[in-house]
Design a protein around this ligand. Sequence first.
Ligand code: DC
Length: 221
Amino acid sequence: MKDIFRIAIDGPSGAGKSTIAKAVAKALSIDYIDTGAMYRAIGYKMDRDGIPFEEDESGVLKQMLDSTDIDFSDGNIILDGEIVNDVIRTPEVSMLASKCSALPSVRAKLVEIQRGMGMRKSVIMDGRDIGTNVLKDAEFKIYLTASAEERANRRFKELQEKGETQTYEEVLEDIKQRDYNDMTRELNPLCKADDAIEVDTTGHGIDEVVDTVLDIIRGLE
Ligand code: DC
């Protein structure tokens, strides 16, 4: 395998991208970059600071983006020096992330940071446009999917463990809405890169999927 290699993992919400990417990163001793967390951090900040979710003439959005710092350290996501791991994981912030991810200036800022992170070291990066846009020349590309019902079921269980009160039907509706937003937005919508390998995780456990992804990577060495 090359000294520096990049693995792109894309797919819809709840397909298991971050769980799988974290485990693969550990197995290969490389860094994991969760690009969804970056959109979540921006969506969270825009809402907190009352910034409208639109490209506007006033320059408020641009000013906010220019003065925002997003980084990862020891598995934490840091927004302007503050760890925001938990506050960005609510159903509300999921929707705000999906909303802000359609704004061209938000994408431009985050894609630039992400490309920088994938330049100097081996990484596994997950998101929606990694194989099609951010790391178009990644050595390995995986498109992870699962049925909407299975994804909703997984998310519902996670939320229940955290004490959130959404019903299964609400979670399924949210998943479908986010799929629609992410797949139909004008700029870099979610889609499988032509050279990505599709892995359907419906009915498969985490270990099984991690092994499948590692086999793909080792098989393509
Ligand atoms: O992976 P996630 O659920 O944490 O992502 C949150 C939202 O961010 C998702 O609905 C779409 C957006 N996103 C994106 O547009 N591009 C990426 N590379 C990653 C996430």
